[in-house]
Design a protein around this ligand. Structure first.
Ligand code: 5GP
Length: 337
């Protein structure tokens, strides 16, 4: 049982810790950290154009997680990338009518995991898109939809037909929605609140450490989506920039000015950029593998601190304690370049 009521209280990862519990499990190698869709590691790489293409999808799969291919490419390339990725890989869809064509082509190519990708999914356009995609797929594909950050938003997507709900508004490491609009819900509360919807919850954005991932799972998520934690890894797309200080790669919010310039020739006059671009250290294969090992090892350790042998027990047993109010750190872009 949780000691504090997280619903509506506006807490984020830094505001809480989890209290150690009696542990009957002999070794952390004995815990089962599997989650969403049976993933051995409940981690999905974000569908951002500086995070997930084929190489990342394959690397995630090798480590028990999943990749979510971004959709900022033409349909043929999207299909080719999907075909070179593990079968379970997620593919992404937008809400515009033209995306129906992408959905149909990917579905025909064998894709079964789809991610509807819209910044504010508690919206009529998301509902219409979900209806159209569900009509197309029937029961032959999984449709994750998001993002939302309230129980009303999660219930709205569930009602529209979403099979799982992607939760997180404004907490991403290269996101500036909260700064530009003042909207968002601190991520731990958003997860806890949405977890009552009766569909798997996928926590998206704001995880900076294996401990944050553990907190997201404890609060009710079945998996997390990671951008910043995987940025700069060997398997991310994009060119490497060599400088006198070392090698760097770009990592950028999908609503950044830089993406708008690359994909659309510029930001439309009525829009503000809600993402930023940063330079991150380009990591070697070994450094990248250490990041994944840290996540898997951190989660295994977290489960033993809770005395939990699987995710269901972990979510039941964890007791959060409130430690301080650090929401401000999550609200602004916080990825160090
Ligand atoms: P991170 O793991 O880096 O903290 O968060 C990754 C998530 O941030 C993505 O999966 C996506 O939901 C969100 N995101 C990516 N780009 C942008 C952006 O430009 N603006 C906003 N508001 N969110 C973004």
């Amino acid at each position: 049982m949780r000691k504090i009521n997280l619903v509506g209280s506006g807490l984020t990862f830094d505001d809480v810790l989890m209290e150690p519990q009696y542990n009957p499990i002999e070794s952390r190698s004995h815990v089962d950290i599997s989650g969403f869709l049976g993933l051995k590691t409940p981690v999905i790489s974000s569908n951002m154009d500086t995070i997930t293409e084929t190489a990342m999808a394959n690397w995630m799969h090798e480590n028990g997680g999943l990749g979510a291919l971004h959709r900022f490419m033409d349909i043929q390339r999207n299909i080719d990338q999907y075909k070179m990725s593990p079968q379970q890989t997620f593919v992404s869809l937008g809400v515009t009518k033209s995306e129906l064509e992408r959905a149909e082509a990917l579905f025909k190519a064998g894709a079964t995991n789809f991610m509807l990708d819209i910044a504010h999914a508690h919206s009529e356009s998301a509902r219409n898109a979900i209806k159209a995609y569900k009509e197309m797929f029937g029961n032959n594909a999984h449709l994750m939809a998001g993002t939302v950050a309230t129980i009303e938003g999660a219930a709205f997507l569930a009602e529209a037909g979403a099979d799982s709900i992607r939760v997180g508004i404004g907490g991403g490491s290269v996101c500036s929605t909260r700064i530009k609009t003042g909207f968002g819900v601190p991520q731990l509360s958003a997860i806890a609140e949405c977890s009552f919807v009766g569909r798997p919850i996928i926590a998206d954005g704001g995880c900076r450490s294996p401990g944050d991932i553990a907190k997201a799972l404890a609060a009710g998520a079945s998996a997390v989506i990671l951008g910043g934690m995987l940025s700069g890894t060997y398997y991310t797309p994009g060119s490497i920039e060599l400088t006198s200080n070392g090698a760097y790669k770009s990592f950028r919010g999908m609503a950044s000015k830089e993406v708008a310039i690359d994909k659309l020739g510029g930001l439309a006059g009525y829009r503000a950029a809600e993402g930023v671009q940063v330079r991150v250290k380009s990591l070697s294969e070994q450094e990248s593998n250490e990041i994944i090992q840290d996540i898997i090892g951190g989660l295994r350790s977290a489960f033993t601190y809770a005395g939990a042998k699987n995710l269901e027990e972990f979510q039941k047993k964890v007791v959060f304690i409130k430690v301080s109010g650090n929401v401000i750190n999550e609200n602004k872009p916080h990825k160090q370049g």
